[in-house]
Design a protein around this ligand. Structure first.
Ligand code: CP
Ligand code: NVA
Length: 301
């Protein structure tokens, strides 16, 4: 494993190794056991979009590992004035030990990896959000003990979260059901991947059908970063694609609810369901820290 560009690149064994290391690092942090695996190393963090969790968890995680994080806003980098990503990659590779990037196009992340010579970590693109899914899998295993026999249901936009959840959950052995409006389905590359799993993958446009017997119910915003101009159109298209009591009544009684955050209450999830599952959702947010530390150790130590 040289980079973390998308869940499609990871083997099941690599995912499980990251989750095991994340559990260990979480234990060490909670018990005051130092773990300076990245002493003397620097991580550049390029942000072309806003962030609360990704920025703070990478920055703090790098500090806890003994390394040095640099926040690089695209507005301040020459990349924001048109310097090619190929050149940025070759320059930054001479100063840094790793780069985390949050941007729009997946190709930009793939290009950084191709032209640079240091590990690249995808901190979200329009196509996927692998760091989030590693934290989600960590949280599911923490609450449910294992992935065996579990069904994950995603309701909403077939966006970066849906793309990564489909791949990640199928790879660890879970069943997956997705409810998206017909015009907002997951990426074709992801659907082609999922097709190999036969009955373990199901897609519908009916949220209640998708939620049937689910163990984990997940949603995400109706309009992602960069889609603000489509917000009104999307509000109409996604009406009814909400995690609410009716949806939860279809799922198993002990079903978990996850949300990558930020959440729009009364849009993709009701306040009632959100608050009833707040312990799971905020553990998920915490686990970004531990899962990303594991990724950085795997790639940069
Ligand atoms: N879930 C997530 O990636 O949050 P941020 O946008 O705050 O980083
Ligand atoms: N789908 C959302 C996820 C945010 C963490 C977005 O891309 O804005």
């Amino acid at each position: 494993m040289k980079h973390l560009l998308k869940m499609l690149d990871l083997s099941t064994e690599e995912i499980i190794e990251i989750l095991d290391l994340a559990d260990q690092l979480k234990y060490e942090l909670k018990h005051g056991i130092p773990h300076p695996h990245l002493k003397g190393k620097s991580l550049g963090m390029i942000f072309q979009k806003a962030s609360t969790r990704t920025r703070v968890s990478f920055e703090t995680g790098m500090y806890q590992l003994g390394g040095h994080p640099l926040f690089l806003s695209a507005n301040d980098l020459q990349i924001g004035r048109g310097e090619p990503v190929q050149d940025t990659a070759r320059v930054l590779s001479r100063y840094l030990d790793g780069i985390m990037i949050r941007t729009f196009e997946q190709k930009e992340v793939e290009d950084l990896a191709e032209y640079g010579s240091i590990p690249i970590i995808n901190g979200l693109t329009d196509f996927c959000h692998p760091c989030q899914i590693l934290a989600d899998l960590m949280t599911i295993r923490e609450f449910k003990s294992s992935f065996d026999g579990l069904k994950m249901c995603f309701i909403g936009d077939g966006n970066n979260m849906a793309n990564s959840l489909i791949v990640g959950c199928l790879k660890v052995g879970m069943s997956v059901s997705i409810a998206c409006p017909n015009d907002y389905q997951p990426d074709q590359e992801v659907l082609d991947f999922a097709a190999q799993y036969g009955d373990k993958f199901q897609m519908t446009d009916k949220p209640l059908e998708a939620a049937k017997d689910a163990d984990v119910v997940i949603t995400d915003v109706w309009a992602s970063m960069g889609q603000e101009g489509e917000a009104e159109k999307r509000k109409k298209a996604f009406h009814g694609y909400q995690i609410n009591d009716e949806v939860m009544a279809q799922a198993h009684d002990d079903a978990m609810v996850l949300h990558c955050l930020p959440a729009h209450r009364e849009e993709e999830i009701t306040t009632k369901v959100f608050e009833a599952h707040a312990n799971e959702i905020f553990e998920e947010a915490e686990n970004r820290l531990h899962a990303q530390k594991a990724v950085m150790v795997k790639l940069m130590a």
